[in-house]
Write a protein that binds this ligand. Structure first.
Ligand code: SF4
Length: 409
């Protein structure tokens, strides 16, 4: 009979889980002499310690659109280690954990915007030293897209500092040429042009646009503290126009706008209760720009970023979660934790709009170190949609089959 009184207290704890004999034979500081059960490693956290919303999220077979604010808050407030582990587990059910979508974002029209977004260098209301420029020409955009593709980016995003597209017929025509050119290179094309109406969305769809970015930025409650020149509902109306035109919606937020954690919950719950989840959810960390009202803001804590990503992964299981602005301020280990928790897209390249960006070489080296790889276009929902007739039911089928797929790395 073994003599438990001679064992250290830590071993006594383990002894109660029926491994006493094994451990009493094994000297300290050796590796386990029995194989690790891989299936057991995938076991989600114990439901007994978590809320029913948390359990539902872990067991989800597909996206659901009826999340309540309280449910999302329960998930958000789960102890962070447990939350991150659960998000990593769900991430593996819905996505290949090694695949990271590489996107390059180019400003096609810089500065001079009439909006008052209090974080933005491109608003004409703030003296940030940024020089407004005219829209760049189509060929220079396509040249930049070729460079991005050669460096491994699969999606090329184009941003213009406009409030909306009213009276911008020539601009829209040029943007459509850019979209067509980017698609002809075999890349996904995304644009962010401010508010658009239903007709403009259809025109962009006709040009082959893959996705339209229009961030909600924050919760409905905190939004008026950040922007006063257009409403939350106007943002939602643009998102509806994009969705109705059959373009993938990219909408997310910025952390560090002076909000509280309940505003992270509010933002996630808003996008999670849209008629269909966005294809992509960017999580930006504010990069304070001198001269803007938020220019002296304190950086958001990393645990809040990680918590937001993990919650989004659980509540939006099939969505691509984009670790966007602010990534260049994070050490590599922090970025990797974000990927563990479910982030699976980044902006990479020379610049990200007006802020710095991690470069391709730096990202390639990081990917090599951690066994990550660029996501192929066909791995995204848009890629899977290409070539099939887009009806709602067909799209749902694609989402559900993607949700059930056990993708191999
Ligand atoms: S975020 Fe967009 S809409 Fe707001 S000021 Fe900047 S460019 Fe204009």
């Amino acid at each position: 009979m073994v003599q438990p009184l001679r064992l250290r207290p830590t071993l006594l704890v383990v002894a109660r889980t029926h491994h006493l004999v094994l451990l009493s034979r094994r000297p300290f500081s050796t590796v386990l002499d029995t194989p690790i059960n891989a299936a057991a490693q995938q076991t989600p956290p114990s439901p007994s310690t978590s809320s029913s919303a948390f359990r539902d999220a872990i067991q989800a077979a597909g996206p659901r659109n009826n999340w309540t604010r309280d449910e999302v808050a329960d998930i958000y407030n789960t102890p962070l280690m447990e939350l991150t582990y659960a998000a990593a587990t769900v991430h593996r059910r819905f996505h290949s954990p090694a695949a990271i979508q590489m996107c390059t974002l180019m400003n096609i029209k810089t500065g001079g915007c009439s909006e008052d977004c209090s974080y933005c260098a491109q608003s004409s209301r703030y003296d940030t030293g940024l020089k407004a420029t005219k829209m760049v020409n189509v060929e220079s955009v396509l040249e930049a897209a070729r460079v991005a593709k050669a460096n491994g980016s699969s999606r090329f995003c184009m941003g213009a500092a406009w409030r909306d597209m009213r009276g911008r017929k020539t601009n829209l025509k040029n943007v459509k040429e850019m979209v067509k050119g980017v698609r002809a290179l075999g890349m996904e094309a995304c644009v962010t042009l401010g508010m658009i109406d239903a007709e403009q969305a259809k025109e962009l769809k006709g040009a082959g646009l893959t996705a339209y970015n229009h961030n909600l930025d924050t919760s409905r409650e905190h939004y008026p503290s950040v922007i006063t020149t257009r409403t939350y509902d106007e943002r939602l109306a643009t998102i509806k126009n994009v969705r109705d035109a059959g373009i993938n919606v990219c909408t997310g937020g910025i952390l560090g706008l002076g909000e509280k954690s309940k505003d992270h919950v509010g933002l996630i719950q808003t996008v999670a209760t849209l008629p269909s989840h966005p294809e992509s959810f960017p999580v930006n960390a504010l990069v304070p720009i001198k001269g803007t009202p938020l220019g002296e803001s304190q950086a958001i804590s990393f645990d809040a970023i990680l918590r937001t990503i993990a919650t989004a992964r659980l509540v939006l299981p099939a969505t691509i979660i984009r670790l966007a602005a602010g990534r260049h301020t994070m050490r590599e280990e922090k970025q990797i934790m974000c990927f563990m928790a479910g982030a699976n897209a980044v902006f990479t390249g020379e610049k990200m709009l007006t802020t710095a960006c991690n470069g391709w070489e730096e990202d390639k080296e990081m990917f090599d170190r951690w066994g990550l790889r660029p996501m192929e276009s066909h791995e995204t929902l848009q890629g899977q949609q290409d070539g099939i007739e887009k009806t709602d039911s067909k799209f749902t089928e694609v989402v559900e089959s993607a949700s059930h797929a056990q993708l191999n790395v």
